[in-house]
Design a protein around this ligand. Structure first.
Ligand code: NDP
Length: 315
């Protein structure tokens, strides 16, 4: 495994991180979830991601339990707040009340005293940004959060967050968690340049386009049994990916991977890691073998010719 510094901090995260959305506490059976997390840990992955909303807290419980047997200093644990956790008017968003209560609920489910990274899962237009960032800063000062992150905020919202932190001398945002893959590149235009200027790294989610960039979904064929695409509870964000236009590109990418004697998932992850502003590609995995295949991407470097060929396919 290789490690990169997270933004302007001294923290190092593995180039591949493992997440728990739709899998742990959900579609993946508990023992398999634990063995997948174990495989990741033993392969040198030190960066694990979850959120309060994943399976309404169940993912945090499973991730926390799986990691409990390892020394706390040997892994970086991230969780998030924003999504709906109950039916009441204060059961979602980034208000002082909800953030304060949810951090404590997350710590209790994770069986931890602190989280390494605490993300605002989305921007909350109904809460003043200083209310949210001051609350998280209080948690930093109490030793319950080490680093501040945001997820899917626009460049303008990140800029506002940085300005607020400077105004009130709060801990700054050091990590952003956006969707980034060969099929989702919006961060390249504004977010990456802004982040580079401000010591923010990206830990990018769905780098394999939810499994589409593994080549297992073929045009005109039945999707493999047990895959995310065939799970009605999990495939709600896959419609735009499971279309001929995308799957044809995957076939072309697969040819490049074959020529390089690697798998397409390794090609897709190496392509993500070509970006120096990305600290880590945050994958999901429903079984240990997927982790074992995907982590080999850290040893793949792409020549400028290959990057150009890929651009040609994606254009
Ligand atoms: P990926 O794009 O890596 O997709 C992961 C899924 O693809 C796996 O669960 C598995 O699904 C399949 N897969 C992975 N590797 C292989 C392989 N080698 N061979 C075959 N199939 C494979 O990422 P996710 O969409 O799962 O997102 C990763 C993490 O990012 C989440 O767990 C979460 O922590 C975070 N996230 C954050 C969001 C945010 O708003 N901040 C939003 C979404 C995710 P299967 O076997 O079931 O087909």
């Amino acid at each position: 495994m290789k490690y990169r510094r997270l933004g302007r901090t001294g923290l190092k995260v593995s180039e591949i991180s493992l997440g728990s959305w739709l899998t742990y506490g959900n579609s993946t059976e508990k023992n398999t979830a634990e063995s997948t997390i174990d495989a990741a840990y033993h392969a040198g992955i030190n960066s694990f991601d979850t959120a309060n909303v994943y399976a309404r807290g169940e993912a945090e419980k499973i991730v926390g339990e799986a990691l409990r047997k390892y020394p706390r200093e040997s892994y970086v644990l991230a969780t998030k707040v924003f999504g709906q956790m109950g039916e009441g008017p204060n059961d979602k968003g980034l208000s002082r009340k909800h953030v304060f209560e949810q951090l404590h609920a997350s710590l209790s489910r994770l069986q931890l005293d602190y989280v390494d990274i605490y993300y605002c899962h989305r921007f909350d237009p109904e809460t003043p940004i200083d209310e949210t960032l001051r609350t998280i800063d209080d948690m930093v000062r109490q030793g319950k959060v080490l680093y501040v992150g945001v997820s899917e905020w626009t460049a303008q919202q990140i800029q506002e967050g940085l300005g607020t932190a400077d105004k009130y001398l709060l801990d700054r945002i050091v990590v952003n968690q956006p969707n980034y893959s060969m099929f989702q590149r919006y961060i390249e235009k504004e977010i990456i340049p802004l982040s580079e200027q401000n010591g923010i790294s990206q830990i990018v989610f769905s780098p394999l386009a939810q499994g589409v960039l593994t080549g297992k979904y073929k045009r005109g064929a039945h999707f493999p049994e047990g895959s995310r695409a065939t799970d009605a509870k999990s495939n709600m964000f896959m419609d735009k990916l499971l279309v001929d236009e995308v799957l044809l590109k995957v076939e072309q990418l697969e040819k490049i991977a074959k020529e390089m004697d690697i798998t397409i998932s390794q090609l897709a992850l190496a392509w993500i890691l070509r970006q120096p502003n990305v600290a880590s590609a945050l994958i999901g995995a429903s079984k240990p073998e997927q982790v074992e295949e995907n982590i080999k991407a850290v040893d793949v470097s792409l020549t400028s010719e290959v990057i150009e060929q890929i651009e040609g396919i994606l254009a």
